[in-house]
Each structure stands twice: as C-alpha cells, then as structure tokens.
Ligand binder design. Structure first.
Ligand code: ADP
Ligand code: GN1
Ligand code: MG
Length: 379
C-alpha cells in the first residue's frame, strides 16, 4: 500500500488539497497513525484507525461521536466554554464521521491548540493530570454504559490477559520464548493477585462505570499557556470499566522516573511526589462519587495495570509484535522493544510493591487533606 497516495486521497475527502501547506506524522501514540494537516491559519489531525487493534472502526467512531456530543452538551449546559472540553470530530465533505480509503478507516479532528507531554517531573502538571482524569469521570457520570459498543473485549480483564500470555507461550510462534523465562516466572508468581479488581467488578462491590481506559500522560491535553489540563483525548477505548484502572494507568506512566521503553532498569523507580500530586487532583474531583471500596482498591489499580502492561508487552513480543507494531525504523534500531517495555513495566511492578506503604499512606493523607468522610460512605 502506498501510504503517501492514501494520505492524499483521504485529504481530498475533507479538504481542498491545494490549500494544504504541509502534512506530517504527529504525536507519540503507539496504536493509530496520526498526522497533522497544516493550513496557513489552522491545523487538523488526521488519523488512520489501527484495525488490528480495533476490529470495528465503525463501533469506535460511534462511541466517540456519542461521548464527545454528551460531554459538549454537558459543558454548555453548565455555561462553560466547550471549545477545548473534548475532541471535535470533523465530517467528510459527504457528511460522514470517517473516510474509507483502500478499505481502511480514517478520521479527522480539529487540532486542539494545546500540548501533550510524554513525561513530566512537574508536580503541578501531574496534579492537573489527576484533576483531568477525575473531571472526565464527572463529565461521563450519568452516561449509560450500555449505550457504548464494547470495542475491545476484555481490554482490562487482567486474568484474561494472563490466559492470553499462556496461550502465546504454548504456541511460541516466533521461537522467542527462550528470551522470556525470567519475565514469565515473575508474572506467574503474582498470578493470584491479577483478579482483585475484576472480581470486585463482577461481584458488584465496585461499580462498572464509563471510563477512559487509556489515561497515560500523552492522552491528556494541556494548555500551552498555563499548563491547565483541558481534556482527555484518545477516546478509542472509552468503555465500561473501573475507575481504579484509570487512576493506576495514569500513575504507571506519569509517576515513573523513566520512559516506558527505558532499558536501564536502574532508572525505573517511582516519583512519590508525583503520585501525591496526581492523587490529590484525582480525589479532589471525584470525592463525591468515588466509593470507599474503590478507594481501597486504588493502590491495586496502579499495581495490577502495571502488571497487565508487562503481560501485554511480553505477550506481543512472543507473538511477533503484532499489536504494538514496530515502525521500520524501530525494527532496525529497537527490534526487542516490546520485550524491553515488558522488562521495564515489571521493574516498575517491583517498585510499586516496595512502595506499598508509602502509596497507601499518600492516599490516606490525601483523603484527610481534602476532607473526605470515610464513615459516611457505604461499603
Ligand atoms: P494513539 O491511539 O496512537 O495513541 P492518539 O489519539 O493518542 O493516538 O494521538 C496521538 C497523539 O497525537 C496524541 O498523544 C497527541 O499528542 C496528538 N493528538 C491526537 N489528537 C489530537 C487533537 N485533536 N489535537 C491535537 N493533538 C492531538
Ligand atoms: C496504547 O494508544 P496509546 O499509545 O495511547 C494502548 C494502551 C497502553 C499504551 C502503552 C488501544 O496507548 O492500552 O497502555 O499503549 N492502547 C490500546 O503505552 O491498546
Ligand atoms: Mg494515545
């Protein structure tokens, strides 16, 4: 497939090509192919949906359209500025929410005039991140989960992810197993803890909510001027799930002292100041809706999602990098990047275990600080 030709064809579905100044790859996402289309006075984001990951792109677009409309209406109702409150889908000249080119699905958004970070050491930025993740929850509180299409089944079903890992180990299709024994052993030792959150969801002791499911830092849009977190982007995975995974996934990336693919594992530790800042922003915004059982599982959200990502990267390495596909460049420079990401995440799991008491203490102290009344909450 000729990428450039396909991009040109897609552009024609939305814009007058003679007005386009430049088109460039954009952002640091691992899943979709993202481009910025620049005009003299404005820019748009074009994205090809990854159909290995999202087998029903129409379902994905359906969810995004519902969610963004719901958020916009709610923000307008509250008399607030709706412009940067969520993603804004642009329709094709034929009035569709996506363009199909060579059988592949593309979509277009306005380019939010903000900034995303792959990492931060700034506690104020990460406090804002916590506030934005909490705010997203408030915005969608009241949106009925049954309206949404379940676009990736078992997305944060951690015990299922373990089963998938076992299947890949058994199949060993790329003969990579010999490189992964230590990691497999590490995960297997912790297998009894993988179902703590799914069990709580299944028994109803914590609610199934509409959640983002992919709250890593670069899916949060900040204002360029004052680092105010404006909104959550990358809404492909918004589905029914647990708030505690949204809390944990954000910490997994944002409170780590190293990037997700750092190979020097001595650099992978936790920045507790950032954990504190995020927790404060998150609990301040969610304190009126979060339940005591959810609060009691926040640490586990952080721990289990990190184990889950370790398993997902490892499974994909064993399978031959199908899900977290490698660019041509990465194939040359970092052919084992998914194994390295897995090792990185498992090191982080160890750090989370070693910091159990500190993280729990941060959550407890924050609850006191924000005046959360534990005794008034139903278990
Ligand atoms: P992926 O699913 O591959 O992670 P994202 O939707 O997160 O794709 O987009 C990748 C990156 O592109 C984001 O991290 C962000 O930097 C940028 N981006 C995506 N959508 C927009 C938008 N509407 N406005 C500005 N930047 C965007
Ligand atoms: C992917 O799409 P992106 O890059 O924001 C992945 C997440 C992982 C993350 C790891 C749909 O997120 O689940 O946590 O990579 N998204 C999907 O960096 O699988
Ligand atoms: Mg993303």
């Amino acid at each position: 497939m000729n990428y450039k030709r396909q991009l040109n064809d897609v552009i024609k579905e939305y814009f007058n090509p003679s007005k386009v100044v430049d088109v460039k790859p954009y952002g640091g996402g691992l899943i979709n192919s993202t481009f910025i289309v620049e005009f003299p006075d404005t820019s748009y984001i074009l994205q090809k949906v990854n159909e290995y990951v999202f087998q029903s792109p129409i379902g994905v677009m359906y969810n995004i359209s519902l969610i963004t409309n719901y958020i916009r209406k709610k923000v307008i109702y509250e008399g607030k500025n709706y412009r940067n409150a969520t993603l804004t889908l642009i329709q094709t000249i034929d009035g569709e929410n996506f363009a199909i080119c060579d059988g592949e699905y593309w979509r277009c958004y306005t380019c939010i005039d903000g900034i995303t970070y792959n990492s931060t050491s700034d506690a104020e930025v990460f406090y804002e991140a916590g506030r934005a993740v909490g705010e997203f929850q408030l915005l969608l509180d009241g949106f009925h989960p049954k309206l949404l299409s379940d676009n990736i089944k078992n997305f944060h079903n951690t015990p299922y992810r373990y089963e998938m890992l076992i299947n890949s180990i058994k199949a060993n299709t790329c003969n990579r197993l010999k490189e992964c024994y230590n990691e497999i052993l590490f995960i297997a030792k912790r297998k009894d803890q993988l179902d703590i959150i799914t069990k709580a969801l299944d028994s109803g002791s914590i609610p199934k909510r509409v959640v983002h499911n992919d709250t890593k830092l670069n899916n949060i849009m900040f204002s360029k001027h004052d680092n105010h977190a404006m909104c959550l982007i990358d809404l492909d995975t918004v589905m029914k799930g647990s708030l505690v995974y949204d809390y944990g996934d954000a910490l997994r990336v944002g409170a780590s002292t190293a990037k997700e693919d750092e190979v020097d594992l001595s650099k992978v530790t936790i920045n507790l100041t950032l954990v504190k800042a995020f927790t404060k922003g998150f609990l301040e915004t969610t304190k009126d809706i979060i339940t005591l059982n959810e609060i009691n599982l926040l640490y586990h959200g952080y721990y289990i999602i990190t184990l889950e990502l370790g398993m997902r990267f490892l499974t994909d390495y064993i399978d031959g990098d199908k899900y977290f596909a490698l660019t041509k460049d990465l194939k040359k420079t970092r052919p084992k990047i998914n194994l390295e990401r897995a090792q990185n995440q498992l090191k982080l799991v160890m750090e989370i275990e070693n910091n159990y008491h500190s993280i729990k203490q941060i959550i407890d102290d924050t609850l006191i600080e924000i005046g959360y009344e534990r005794k008034n909450q139903n278990e």
